[in-house]
Ligand binder design. Structure first.
Ligand code: NAD
Length: 502
């Protein structure tokens, strides 16, 4: 059995905890490797290595740091095919989708290549007589990232791409379900020229997360995962004096107005609800058609579209999506479908009986469609995170906009319409962090920022873009006075009142 080790101070680091996690191949249902779980002492060793490396890395000029990022981008592009293959074999998403996962992370690295420009501070010449004021952004020190299983390449790069470019060193604790690609990313950072200790990977479960959240040398923690754990991470990390951003779960709605282009909407919904087996925080698992006519027509077309979907192994280039990540997660999705039936929603398409010939032990589940889902239902309130699309019918625009606005999650939302005024009003009023207008998965580009509202994110700053730079840096403001002797260099009296600008 292959063992997946930690990566500390520029090399593989075998832990001695004797605790491991199983890494499955979701296509076959077999355990393909086991990942070592770190002890508190092993995490401390990684943090100490990162702290030693940080002094020299912060002193490396930003352009040289950016050159490492440029080279890292080139190396990932070189290895794209093999990285995508590994990613798919542990996660289950189809290869083209794994390439998208890596590519979206690389786009943050591209942004990080411009860090010398982004880090330039502000300057006021002559704020007073002989006085100039300037500010600079300085790195925090050692930062950490804790990431979910569903984007094992993109989300680590959201975090360490920015954190390292601005001069921090980093401890990554990836999901224990698909840990191989994160280790490969750290190896590639070394190959790209990052000094030892700049990017370290430690594996583990809650105990590793707790060791990170309480370690005195870690200054900031970025977390992405489910909401209850995000909340716990936020509370524990901030109670230990750390800066924390913790992104949580989601339940994204897609509103369909009567004037929408239904042919396009059906294609968009199908990809956004069932792509990656619905295991995306920006998936669109709730559709809200406005008016009975729109709902009836949409339902009919969705049923026909679902019939064309192909579920297959992740290397099948004709498959629209592959297996879910684990048997446990598959069972949880099937349980939610049963709860939906029990609470009175109409199960129009039932994906539970799907089996893939030759891969009977794989974690496959077919697409499901519910109609008649109501606001109070548990299956509407909670995140299912599987290939299940729920239709909630609304009578009016007001009723429709209230649904995502009042939902406990507020990650993403979309509206499909040809009416610019309605779209504009929707974008302005909806109580959700990321909005798509005829865009089903509105993940912002890397130089904007990613972050939801309400229980989808705890903390004040978003991931990547300028917000990411703010998260991983602190501002220092310098007020400097250089009196000019030629125009009266007398010693001034002591001032006992606060200086003001008269
Ligand atoms: P998860 O919350 O189970 O795990 C996330 C991380 O937390 C992992 O590294 C895991 O090892 C660790 N962890 C697990 N149990 C823990 C505990 N009890 N205490 C402390 N840490 C613990 O999430 P997941 O199943 O890997 O990922 C899916 C979830 O992530 C979904 O809810 C999805 O919506 C969310 N997600 C959110 C975003 C976003 O940006 N908002 C993006 C992707 C995924």
């Amino acid at each position: 059995m292959r063992d997946i080790a930690h990566f500390v101070n520029g090399q593989a680091f075998n832990g001695a905890s004797g605790r491991f996690g199983d890494v499955f191949n979701p296509n076959t249902g077999e355990v393909q490797a086991r990942v070592q779980f770190a002890t508190d002492g092993e995490i401390d060793a990684a943090v100490q290595a990162a702290a030693r490396a940080q002094i020299g890395w912060a002193a490396t000029n930003p352009q040289r740091r950016a050159r490492v990022m440029f080279e890292f981008k080139r190396l990932i592009e070189r290895d794209m095919a093999s990285l995508a293959e590994i990613l798919s074999s542990e996660h289950g998403k189809v290869i083209a989708d794994s390439k998208g996962d890596i590519q979206r992370g690389l786009e943050v690295i591209e942004f990080a290549c411009g860090i010398p420009h982004i880090l330039k501070g502000e300057y006021t010449e002559g704020a007073g007589p002989g006085i100039d004021v300037y500010s600079m952004r300085q790195p925090l020190g050692v930062c950490a990232g804790i990431t979910p299983f569903n984007f094992p390449a993109m989300i680590p790069m959201w975090m360490f791409g920015i954190a390292i470019a601005v001069g921090n060193t980093f401890i990554l604790k990836p999901s224990e379900k698909d840990p191989t690609v994160p280790v490969k990313l750290a190896e590639l950072m070394m190959e790209a020229g990052a000094p030892e200790g700049v990017l370290n990977v430690v594996h583990g479960d809650k105990s590793a997360v707790d060791a990170i959240l309480t370690h005195p040398l870690i200054r900031a923690v970025s977390f992405v995962g489910s909401s209850d754990i995000a909340h716990y991470v936020y509370q524990t990390g901030t109670a230990h004096g750390k800066r924390v951003q913790a992104m949580g779960g989601a339940k994204n709605h897609g509103l369909v107005l009567p004037d929408a282009d239904l042919d396009q909407v059906v294609k968009d919904l199908s990809g956004a609800a069932f792509g990656s087996a619905g295991e995306r925080c920006m998936a669109l698992p709730v559709v809200v058609p406005v008016g009975k006519k729109t709902a009836d027509e949409l339902r009919e077309r969705l049923v026909a579209e679902i019939d064309t979907l192909k579920v297959g192994i992740s290397t099948d280039t004709a498959a629209h999506y592959g297996p879910v990540v684990s048997a446990q997660h598959r069972a949880k999705i099937a349980d939610y479908i049963q709860i939906g039936v029990d609470e009175g929603a109409e199960l129009v398409v039932d994906g539970r009986d799907f089996h893939l010939q030759g891969f009977e032990k794989g974690f496959f589940i077919g697409p499901s469609l519910f109609d008649g889902v109501k606001k109070g239902m548990k299956t509407y309130q909670e995140e299912i995170f599987g290939p299940v699309l729920q239709m909630v019918r609304a009578e009016s625009f007001e009723e429709a906009i209230a649904l995502p606005s009042e939902h406990q999650y507020g990650n993403g939302v979309a509206i499909f319409t040809r009416n610019g005024r309605a779209a504009r009003e929707f974008a302005a009023r909806v109580n959700v962090g990321m909005v798509g207008i005829n865009v089903p998965i509105p993940v912002p580009v890397a130089y904007h920022t990613f972050g939801g509202w309400k229980r989808s994110a705890f903390g004040d700053t978003n991931q990547h873009g300028v917000e990411g730079v703010k998260f991983y840096t602190k501002v220092k403001t310098v007020t400097a006075r250089w009196p000019d002797d030629r125009i009266g260099g007398d010693v001034e009296d002591s001032a006992f009142v606060i200086p003001t600008m008269k």
